[in-house]
Ligand binder design. Structure first.
Ligand code: ZN
Length: 292
């Protein structure tokens, strides 16, 4: 087993995962080396084949098969809309659409934006969406010490908990840059984190492709259990004002194709659809916020 493997998220705090990390089956950030970069869309370049990783996953202690939802007849499966980098001034219009269309999403919030918009964080929570942690300052984690990585995550958790009463259990790396220091922090906090998105991304919303472009991107990348990567902060704030109009149209067209919308949750094994992150998409009504 080489160290050049990506297996996505770790189930923090479990003996299995500690053994897994120590065993060298996990090499933080190696998968990103040489990959085309863009904000958060990371995984455009996969350094190992799915077959290799699937084979490796089978060798991991207690690693289970990808958690694939039971797809009802006529359904194309469950997908999750995930919004990174917010909240910002464009968040309210997205929340309006989600409410109108009765869709729950997963928001990976950036800590300094949480501090700037506590009322929007409260609204995201009150309207039933799942909130994850996307670091405090959005710095890439590969240059962070253990103390800095831990601080980026705990400071954000604390800010979110103070507003919502709930401590996030999901963490997504800023810019997709995974690190050992970050993984140690995630494990020590009992969180689930890692890559956490569907990797076949191109022309994501951060590159301002316009409403049609984002709608096309979502349609192209939708597949059962996909975490579809979107943003409601940073680069997208400077895109054309009408770009967020993709959302109602995309929801309608994805529903017409037979997809159902769920939210992100931790999983007992890696999801090959999402770069082997230990996460899955579950029906929104299956979530019970944990208070700790
Ligand atoms: Zn981000």
């Amino acid at each position: 087993m080489t160290g050049k493997r990506l297996l996505g998220a770790l189930a923090a705090g479990s003996a299995v995962v500690v053994a897994f990390g120590l065993g060298g089956g996990f090499s933080a950030s190696s998968s990103w080396a040489g990959g085309k970069h863009d904000p958060d869309a990371g995984g455009q370049t996969q350094t190992q084949s799915q077959a290799q990783a699937q084979a490796q996953a089978k060798t991991q202690p207690q690693a289970k098969a990808s958690p694939v939802a039971t797809v009802a007849p006529g359904s194309m499966g469950l997908i999750a809309l995930t919004f990174d980098d917010g909240p910002s001034e464009i968040t309210p219009q997205l929340l309006e659409v989600l409410k109108k269309k009765n869709v729950k999403a997963t928001f990976f919030l950036q800590g300094d934006h949480v501090a700037a918009h506590p009322e929007l964080v409260r609204r995201i929570h009150d309207e039933g969406h799942v909130i994850g942690n996307h670091s405090w300052s959005h710095r890439p984690f590969d240059g962070l010490s253990d103390a800095e990585a831990l601080r980026e995550i705990t400071r954000t958790n604390e800010a979110i908990r103070k507003i919502t009463g709930v401590t996030p259990e999901l963490f997504r790396y800023p810019q997709g840059v995974e690190s050992e220091s970050g993984n140690r922090a995630i494990r020590s906090l009992g969180m689930w984190g890692g890559v956490l998105w569907h990797w076949e991304t191109d022309a994501g919303d951060y590159s301002c492709p316009g409403a049609d472009g984002v709608q096309r991107y979502l349609n192209d990348n939708a597949t059962d259990q996909a975490l579809l990567l979107l943003h409601d902060g940073n680069e997208v704030v400077d895109c054309a004002q009408n770009q967020p109009k993709y959302l109602p149209r995309a929801i309608d067209s994805l529903r017409e194709r037979g997809f159902e919308f769920g939210v992100v949750a931790s999983a007992g094994g890696p999801s090959w659809v999402n770069q082997y992150s230990w996460v899955r998409v579950i029906p929104a009504d299956a979530t019970v916020p944990s208070r700790r």
